[in-house]
Design a protein around this ligand. Structure first.
Ligand code: AP5
Length: 210
């Protein structure tokens, strides 16, 4: 099964992608995580992406499309995958169609902008392994220490309030039109993100299985 998770920054795509990944045993592919790794390793693509990401803008389509194409050609994707954060523009969705990838379902996780702003101000990520936490909803066992690797948890650079506002603006302008794109293909289902992660997970899995 090939799935897309759509939603504003901070709607909970990454969180739900992990849940679906363990439930359906298919890999979750986050273009954001791949790009952050590239930035950390200072690869050519990472150096190109860095300034766009830090200012809350989208990385150019051709860069992201190339990354995605390489990733889904890997062996672990042969029984399906979950795309978290791709496509993010209509040209990216068209590129996916041109690659001959059949998408079974697109799940939009809807969360109002004001809730997102509150959520992202509390997110913390491990600077070593990238694991994601939240000061209220998913705290680390020891303050500022990653449960998984013991690394230090910090605020993601693009989670500063002004950058979050810019990311939301970009989402509404460039990514939200994808709802129409997939609605027309009869593939879009919308799940309203709940206060409890587990409640959103129940709705998301039910939407996939329906
Ligand atoms: P990316 O990493 O994809 O960022 P994003 O879409 O902005 O998404 P986030 O990771 O911020 O949020 P999420 O929806 O995954 O939410 P999460 O589960 O973490 O992309 C980063 C950048 O890379 C982009 O800005 C762009 O520059 C570039 N990029 C990536 N892909 C690209 C593409 N295709 N084209 C061009 N550029 C691209 O949850 C957020 C927080 O809320 C967490 O702390 C979590 O614990 C908490 N939380 C989650 N669910 C709940 C809940 N139900 N209740 C309470 N808290 C919750």
């Amino acid at each position: 099964m090939n799935l897309i998770l759509l939603g504003a920054p901070g709607a909970g795509k990454g969180t739900q992608a992990e849940v679906i990944c363990s439930a359906l045993k298919i890999p979750a592919i986050s273009t954001g995580n791949i790009l952050r790794e590239a930035v950390k390793n200072e690869t050519k693509c990472g150096l190109e992406a860095k300034s766009y990401m830090e200012s809350g803008q989208l990385v150019p389509d051709e860069v992201v499309i190339g990354i995605l194409k390489d990733r889904i050609a890997q062996d672990d994707c042969k029984n399906g995958f979950i795309l978290d954060g791709f496509p993010r523009t209509v040209p990216q969705a068209e590129a996916l169609d041109k690659m001959g990838v059949n998408i079974d379902k697109v799940v939009e996780i809807f969360v109002p902008d004001e809730t997102i702003k509150k959520r992202l101000s509390g997110r913390r990520v491990c600077e070593k392994c990238g694991n994601s936490y939240h000061v209220d909803f998913k705290p680390t066992k020891v303050d500022s220490v990653c449960d998984a690797c013991g690394g230090k948890t910090v605020i993601r650079k693009d989670d500063e309030p002004q950058t979050v506002s810019d990311r939301l603006k970009v989402y509404h302008e460039k990514t939200a039109p994808l709802k129409d794109y997939y609605e027309k293909q009869g593939k879009l289902v919308t799940v309203v993100g709940q206060e409890e992660v587990s409640e959103t997970s129940k709705l998301t899995l039910a939407a996939i299985e329906a």
